[in-house]
Design a protein around this ligand. Structure first.
Ligand code: DMJ
Length: 456
């Protein structure tokens, strides 16, 4: 009884303090949210116009030379596939119609190309399936299944973990040294395909692969950076939350949400304990950064943090640990404002830049979105606005948005990745958009932010 009273008192004090904190923050009213949504919609229209004028039918726009880039000899339409569901969510009907027509008229996977399984899965296999769920045209699903069938030979290794590359016509595989992110971040896409087609082979192959990584975890429950998919031996024992590992953890949690399969939740929970114990550095006054350690000993290797790591705050918030999420987002926002736009990597102990470029990455905005959605704290609207303002100011050019070679000099570089449409613009919009635009109780966003419907 006494405990109950104490909890009620703490709750009342907590909500009082929250209201005071809100009062001290500048007002961010509905009109301002609408304006932000409109600015993001305008940015999406501008970027798409550049693509249609100078890169139509190709993978990405090269905004400085007003030309295009294709990943392989034959284009796989990365930009229109990645952009389609963003256009739907933003209410950009003409752009969505044009992207759909291009994809359905031109996309063909019967090409002579050795493709990277992970990238093709998170951008194309995911984009096609979310397009199918949002639009209903069965041709999207047919394309997705054709692609998945061509990727399936990648799983034919001694352990079931996939090769990094597969040839779309012959099924020939290459590169047996893979990493947790590229192995695990197939689960939502292949699993979803099984649910949509009723054929369990895709789900089973992806599940075997991601859980093999889990099985190979160290005695302290961390994973390394590279693994031999035939022997199951770790090739790099460096452990962190960054590229090569990041979305492996993300997919354990999201696969549990999407499929309700407890095996994923068990693995996620086990890793979370270890991540919080060994990877989070709580010493800085600028927030909680995440370090690099040895997967077996937990001993620190480096204090390097960067744009990719920023996703973890969102994952913590989404999986229910708001306190950790807030502290890491504080570090994320520090990284952004310290350099006026975030660098790819910096040393948080010395505040010095390790990799100076910014390639229009979304992770900081992604975490800001989850934190605002789940706390309703206006602070995240203000932070989101600052990041969007910076991108619009520093990266926009006359035909699109350009990456930056260096966040200090703000010198632009000639690339506009398709994830700028799929993720950066989508999260930027969702921070300010009405909740009904995307309901997190009914939807899981893949690592490329393609919305997948949760079906009970
Ligand atoms: C995206 O392709 C995905 O979010 C992936 O998981 C990691 N990085 C890029 C965007 O930064």
């Amino acid at each position: 009884m006494r405990f109950k009273k104490l909890s009620l008192l703490l709750l009342a004090v907590g909500s009082f303090l929250f209201s005071i904190a809100q009062l001290n923050r500048p007002v961010f009213n509905e009109e301002m949210k609408k304006q932000m949504c409109e600015r993001v919609r305008e940015a999406a229209r501008h970027a798409w116009k550049g693509y249609t004028d100078y890169a139509w039918g190709h993978d990405d726009l090269k905004p400085l030379t007003k030309s295009y880039r294709d990943w392989y000899q034959t284009p796989l339409l990365m930009t229109p596939v990645d952009a389609f569901d963003t256009f739907i969510l933003l209410g950009l009907t003409d752009e969505a119609t044009a992207a759909k027509k291009l994809v359905l008229d031109k996309l063909n996977f019967n090409i002579d190309a050795n493709v990277q399984v992970f990238e093709i899965t998170i951008r194309l296999l995911a984009g096609l399936q979310s397009a199918y769920e949002l639009d209903g045209d069965p041709r999207f699903l047919q394309l997705a299944q054709d692609l998945a069938n061509r990727l399936m030979p990648a799983f034919h290794s001694k352990t079931g973990m996939p090769y990094r590359y597969v040839h779309l016509q012959t099924g020939a595989t290459a590169d047996s040294i893979n990493n947790p992110a590229e192995i695990g971040t197939l689960m939502l896409e292949f699993g979803k395909l099984s649910k949509l087609t009723g054929d369990p082979q895709y789900y089973n192959a992806a599940k075997k692969a991601i859980l093999y990584v889990y099985k190979q975890r160290s005695a302290i429950d961390l994973v390394g950076e590279q693994i031999d998919i035939n022997t199951g031996q770790w090739v790099s024992t460096k452990s962190h939350i960054s590229g090569y590992i990041d979305s492996y953890y993300e997919y354990l949690y999201k696969s549990w949400l999407l499929f309700g399969d407890r095996d994923f939740k068990t693995a996620f929970d086990k890793h979370q304990v270890a991540i919080k114990k060994y990877l989070i550095d709580r010493k800085s006054a600028n927030g909680w950064f995440m370090r690099q350690v040895n997967m077996h000993t937990g001993k620190q290797i480096a204090t390097i943090y960067g744009a990719l790591d920023a996703f973890y705050a969102g994952l913590c918030a989404f999986s229910g640990d708001i306190n950790t999420a807030k502290k890491i987002q504080q570090a994320n926002y520090y990284m952004w404002t310290k350099f006026n736009i975030e660098p790819e990597a910096f040393n948080y102990k010395t505040d010095s830049i390790v990799s100076p470029y910014y390639i229009l990455r979304p992770e900081n905005l992604e975490s800001c979105f989850y934190l605002y959605r789940l706390t309703q704290d206006r602070k995240y609207l203000i932070e989101g606005k600052r990041m969007v303002d910076d991108i619009l100011l520093h990266c926009r050019n006359e035909v699109g948005f350009a990456s930056l070679n260096n966040v200090k000099s703000l010198e632009k570089s000639n690339s506009m990745e398709s994830f700028f449409f799929a993720e950066t613009l989508k999260y930027a919009y969702l921070i300010f958009a009405p909740v009904a635009t995307l309901d997190l109780k009914q939807t899981v966003l893949t690592t490329e932010a393609h919305p997948f419907k949760i079906k009970k």
